[in-house]
Design a protein around this ligand. Structure first.
Ligand code: AMP
Length: 281
């Protein structure tokens, strides 16, 4: 695993790999790696000749009162974990090189960026789409892997790639969960033992909805009410949103028909956690 820090060196590496006809697979992360991240790396290994993993805690996707400074950073441990997957390159750019003084340009996907997480994090997705565009331009991947835990993020990136004719295939991979159903997240590290145990209610609420739909319940309002009540049984879990939306437009749906995404975001202690489940009716 070669470690690259400079944009120039990363670009040269990719140009050379491409000139040898190699297919580059890319996994962008903010580090504090867990099995969710590693599932993307494993898939990238299967589907490409060269795998590039980036670790960069992207300052412009955090709001002013969010956790940029406290975001978990564990580069040494991350490198240990990555070694088992042996990617070709670990790209760790420097924030000053990525965003030098005078940086002015942003990439923003309309509409989709304003829904769901975009309501409480109004500048988050333009930070994501800007950094992903920059990373795509530097790494030149043929294929890039994103997790369905951040469902809205992968949808926005697919839209951006389509709209801007970026020559990269986007692959979304399933959510990797802890033994008790909690979606893996770097932010789970913020949780105390009590908060960690209460946080499992989010996935329990999604599972409850799935079960009710399987049993034939079709009244979406009833389902959302029961989910809300269940989450309410854990008073330290504060719902930001609990929504049923169309998975392609993120527009709220009133009834259960076809594919519906159930999505939740909640604050638990210092962590803001998200989870979702795609159901087909
Ligand atoms: P992050 O480091 O949180 O920016 O995440 C980097 C990538 O890993 C994103 O594509 C995430 O969607 C993905 N990811 C994070 N957590 C999980 C998970 N539990 N399961 C699958 N993918 C995940």
């Amino acid at each position: 695993m070669r470690e690259i820090k400079s944009i120039r060196e990363m670009r040269l590496f990719s140009q050379k790999a491409k000139s040898h006809g190699k297919k580059i697979g890319f996994v962008a992360t903010m580090g504090a790696l867990h099995e969710g991240h590693l599932s993307l790396v494993a898939e990238a290994k299967k589907r490409s000749d060269i795998v590039v993993v980036s670790i960069f805690v992207n300052p412009i996707q955090f709001g002013p009162s969010e956790d940029y400074h406290h975001y978990p950073r564990s580069l040494k441990k991350d490198k240990e974990q990555l070694k088992h997957f042996d990617p070709s390159v670990l790209f760790i750019p420097d924030a000053k090189e990525m965003f030098p003084d005078g940086f002015k340009t942003h990439v923003e996907v309309d509409a989709l960026s304003k829904k769901m997480c975009g309501r409480s994090r109004p500048t988050h997705f333009r930070g994501v789409t800007t950094i992903v565009t920059k990373l795509f331009n530097i790494v030149s991947p043929d294929i890039a892997f994103f997790g369905a835990k951040d469902f809205q993020q992968q949808l926005i990136i697919k839209q951006m790639v389509k709209d801007l004719d970026l020559p990269v295939e986007i692959v979304a991979m399933p959510i990797v969960r802890e033994f008790d159903g909690l979606a893996m997240s770097s932010r789970n590290a913020y949780l105390s033992a009590k908060e960690r145990s209460s946080a499992t209610i989010l996935n329990k609420a999604l599972s409850l909805a799935k079960l009710e739909i399987e049993k034939g319940e079709r009244d979406l309002r009833k389902i959302l009410f029961r989910m809300r009540s269940l989450i309410g049984s854990e008073p330290i879990v504060r719902i930001d949103y609990l929504l049923a939306v169309k998975p392609d437009t993120l527009e709220e749906v009133e009834s259960l028909k076809g594919k519906v995404l159930l999505a939740v975001a909640a604050h638990v202690g210092k962590a803001r956690l998200i989870d979702n489940l795609l159901v087909s009716v």
